[in-house]
Design a binder for this molecule. Structure first.
Ligand code: ADP
Length: 247
């Protein structure tokens, strides 16, 4: 279980997260929906300290428990430990253009985690197989389609064996015909029991795989529940109006 409590974040004097709470069960897929500007990306970035909230905490109640209290000044070690628990996949894939696909995947485990290069290479090959790109290991990012590059982005985030995978609109920069491949890769991870928090507008995907759908608006969670609850029987007016606008 990962417990996120009372995350409060401001930019300049504007508060964009008003004390957000979320419980993420091990192996669960949490999909975050909400209008543009509602704080979804900021919330995700707070979870791995890419943004530092003024208040709030995150607890990993796992084999290697971790308690982060954002009100206290975090040490570099705290931030590094948190980031090793959270793999992040961005809208733009941010692959290193001058490194091959397999080198991109091996980067984190070797340079951040100082792990053995031969073992890391074997693991990277197995990740490439999982995402269906084992024949692309020695190519460079520009030689791959956007969808393939994003799947490499996913493999790279997985390479550090994170407890939690964070996805920030992973398909929104892709041409429509490339979206499904990336969603299918995410479904494979979901079936393997990877815990994930995903910001996306892909409603069908949320219906298919989410254990919990969270609706954000104006920096707070207005409603959360199963996909059936949220999509078929939304309780909150702001959820209904958001869903209507999507249709
Ligand atoms: P969403 O992901 O739901 O579209 P965001 O988290 O990107 O929402 O943004 C929430 C609010 O925070 C927006 O009003 C946005 O303009 C503001 N914001 C996000 N990042 C920054 C930043 N680095 N500096 C100032 N304001 C920001």
């Amino acid at each position: 279980m990962i417990t996120v409590q009372n995350i409060r974040k401001s930019f300049n004097k504007t508060t964009v997260l008003h004390g957000v709470n979320l419980n993420i069960k091990k192996g669960n897929i949490v999909v975050i929906l909400g209008p543009s500007g509602s704080g979804k990306t900021t919330f995700l970035r707070c979870l791995n300290a890419l943004e530092l909230p003024e208040q709030g905490s995150i607890d990993f109640d796992s084999e290697n428990p971790l308690h982060i209290d954002f009100e206290k000044k975090l040490s570099n070690k705290d931030i590094l430990t948190l980031r090793r628990k959270c793999g992040m996949v961005f809208q733009q894939y941010h692959l290193f253009p001058h490194k091959t696909i397999i080198e991109n995947i091996m980067e984190g485990p070797i340079f951040v985690q100082n792990r053995n290069i031969d073992i890391v290479r074997l693991e990277a090959l197995s990740l490439l197989k999982k995402i269906g790109l084992e024949d692309k290991a020695t190519l460079y990012p520009y030689q791959l389609s956007g969808g393939q590059q994003q799947r490499v982005g996913i493999a790279r985030a997985l390479a550090i064996k994170p407890e939690l995978m964070l996805f920030d609109e992973p398909t929104s920069a892709l041409d429509p015909e490339l979206v499904q491949d990336v969603l299918n890769t995410m479904k494979i991870l979901a079936n393997e029991g990877q815990t994930m928090v995903i910001v996306t507008h892909e409603i069908q995907f949320a219906l298919d795989v989410a254990d919990l759908v969270v609706v954000m608006d104006k920096g707070e969670i207005v409603e959360q529940g199963t996909p059936q609850n949220i999509f078929i029987n939304p309780q909150h007016e702001r959820t209904r109006s958001f869903l209507t606008r999507l249709k």
